[in-house]
Design a protein around this ligand. Structure first.
Ligand code: B16
Ligand code: MG
Length: 223
């Protein structure tokens, strides 16, 4: 029986992929290089420092910087990213996001956020959706990022549920893998990145329509 839904943030409830990419691209420019579009997918869902490693490898500068310089580079990118999302409001939510959170809450389904982003709690405040979450992962306390299952296992346990009682919703290959490694089924949104998901949808509205029917059927004993 599904009693909890664990959401990713970027690429699921809001779209910050362009802002992340722009900030990484500007950093690459400062380092005298340009980034291929593929970096958007390659950094989806993975932590800031892991993303930096992907970016530096893509521009052939993987071994050029000390750990301290790497932190500075990541910080430069993050400051630019924070500037780019400064004006985010509820208008930046994915269509259908509030309706889905409302419906899940009304059905008594527990809701958690499992985002790799250290900016996630600021972002959900700006998006005006913080109040819908029963638990929000603090990625600073997570030892192993996606695709490791730690985030999803922690979220389930904090909701007081077993992994089998939860579904995860993701837009990234790393996230889908993390959900499945946690022993949950994965709902994939959007790109080819989620081919491994148990159910795939073009966008959140389509996923929400399906999910609400799925949960109602489950409650009526049809599943
Ligand atoms: P930050 P998600 C992820 O968020 C993004 O998809 C990924 O591109 C980013 O590198 C990561 O957060 C870390 O973000 O630099 O803000 O800590 O998809 O897990 O919600
Ligand atoms: Mg994501």
């Amino acid at each position: 029986m599904i009693r909890g839904i664990i959401f990713d943030l970027d690429g699921v409830l809001t779209h910050t992929n362009e802002q992340h990419f722009q900030a990484w691209s500007e950093l690459a420019q400062q380092l005298g290089a340009s980034l291929p579009d593929q970096i958007k997918d390659d950094t989806r869902g993975i932590s800031r420092m892991d993303s930096l490693a992907v970016v530096l490898a893509a521009i052939g500068q993987a071994d050029r910087y000390s750990p301290q310089e790497r932190f500075q580079l990541a910080d430069t990118k993050n400051k630019r990213y924070q500037k780019l999302i400064e004006q985010f409001t509820s208008a930046n939510l994915e269509p259908g996001a509030v309706e889905l959170l409302q419906q899940l809450h009304a059905m008594g389904i527990k809701i958690a956020l499992a985002s790799a982003s250290k900016n996630a709690s600021t972002l959900i405040d700006r998006l005006d959706i913080s109040h819908w979450f029963d638990y929000v992962i603090d990625p600073a306390k997570i030892k192993q990022g996606k695709p490791h299952p730690e985030m999803f296992l922690t979220a389930a346990s904090e909701l007081g549920l077993t992994p089998q009682e939860c579904l995860g919703v993701e837009d990234a290959a790393s996230g889908v893998e993390a959900i499945q490694q946690a022993g949950m089924k994965a709902i994939g949104i959007g790109t080819d990145a989620v081919v491994q998901a148990d159910w795939r949808f073009k966008n959140l509205v389509e996923a929400a329509d399906w999910l609400i029917v799925f949960l109602k059927e489950q409650n009526n004993g049809k599943r």
